[in-house]
Design a protein around this ligand. Structure first.
Ligand code: PEP
Ligand code: MN
Length: 364
């Protein structure tokens, strides 16, 4: 009898993609026509740079009247694209019915959009629909910069028994923002990563930038910050896209972008580079320890001043003195190459901590 090697199942292909680093997801903002989905998918597959095909089927639009997605009718198109290319497919779901339909048409990865993560009722409805199902789920950050909402969504989906959860950082909306469509607020993504080191974190330059000319900068920055992958929208004819036309790129351009990104994580694989980095990191640790010691010494002096103010019935806040401290700090900061913004934030924090300590002494 001839030995046959079984072709990998779609589940195995999806698992391999889920575990790959960097994970690259691309595809149109919206599935529009069967031809558009198939052409985008085949061109993306031809680049050899893409692991998962994305497409919006139901589009949560901010204002009514714009294209709200092709709906369930587009799901067989994705099935066909998957069959032709072997790429697993990912779709955004916002209701229990959408979860049911997506799973019925073998969607491999589901994601929760920013307008869903923001609403605990919607997240819970989706989580309930996912109970007993084994499917990887990506969770975008909520529209507003609220880590608790993002964490809450992760918890609701995890409690439903979903084992494979990933995060997508797509930036945060604000009124009158011009540089970005959604401000990245990198520190929030970094904090979310710190609190959930076991979850993959991928970056969505498309919805952060809202325009194609700045995608590369954001993508590179995410990779420099050790993100696990990227989700970038692509379209066979971006300018004519039915949604998010300004931010989409052709599959060929997507391929070029992925090729030109400098994948820093690979660079530290060499022992010497790793050792050098380690040495520098130890210096940072050492300096941080010293800074903490100095800050603690500063607080002790502030406490002595607090006692003196108490004994002599003087207010804690002396505005003139505070202005004098800031003036000195700005001058010094300027000489030392520290930005005014940083010096202000730093001194505000130090000052607030001193006030809190003095307050305790005053009222003890
Ligand atoms: C999308 O990915 O097309 C989308 C609607 O994104 P977001 O939820 O980030 O706005
Ligand atoms: Mn979009």
């Amino acid at each position: 009898m001839e030995a046959t090697i079984a072709a990998p199942t779609m589940k195995e292909v999806t698992q391999a993609a889920w575990n790959k680093r960097p994970l690259i997801i691309s595809g149109p903002c919206s599935a529009e026509t069967e031809e558009q989905v198939m052409a985008t998918a085949t061109q993306l597959a031809a680049t050899g740079k893409v692991d998962v095909l994305r497409a919006g089927i139901w589009k949560p639009r901010t204002r009514p009247g714009s294209f709200e997605g092709i709906g369930t009718k587009g799901l067989p198109w994705l099935q066909a694209a998957k069959k032709a290319t072997g790429l697993p497919v990912a779709v955004e779901v916002a209701t229990a019915k959408q979860v049911e339909d997506a799973l019925h048409f073998d969607v491999d990865i589901l994601w929760l959009g920013a307008r869903t993560t923001v609403n605990p009722f919607s997240v819970q409805e989706i989580a309930d629909a996912l109970r007993g199902v084994e499917v990887p789920v990506l969770i975008k950050n909520p529209l507003n910069p609220d880590l608790e909402l993002w964490l809450g969504a992760v918890e609701r989906v995890a409690k439903a028994g979903i084992q494979q959860i990933g995060l997508i950082h797509r930036g945060f909306s604000s009124y009158g923002n011009t540089e970005y469509r959604n401000a990245p607020m990198w520190h929030l993504a970094i904090e979310m990563k710190r609190r959930n080191p076991q979850l993959m974190m991928i970056n969505d330059p498309s919805h952060i930038c809202g325009r194609r000319d700045t995608l590369m900068d954001v993508a590179q920055k995410a990779i420099d910050l050790d993100f696990d992958g990227l989700i970038i929208e692509s379209h066979i004819d971006p300018d004519t896209a039915w949604s998010d036309a300004k931010q989409q790129v052709t599959p060929a351009r997507l391929g070029e972008m992925i090729s030109s990104i400098k994948w820093r994580t690979e660079d530290i694989s060499s022992e010497e580079l790793h050792a050098n980095l380690e040495k520098l990191r130890q210096q940072i640790n050492q300096l941080d320890d010293e800074l903490m010691q100095i800050l603690s010494a500063r607080i002790k002096v502030a406490e002595k001043i607090g006692q003196y103010k108490k004994d002599n019935n003087i207010t804690i806040l002396q505005t003139n003195r505070w202005n004098e401290i800031l003036e000195r700090a700005f001058k010094q900061g300027d000489k030392l190459g520290l930005s005014k913004e940083f010096v202000t934030k730093y001194f505000d924090a130090v000052h607030m901590e001193s006030i809190n300590h003095q307050n305790k002494i005053m009222n003890s």
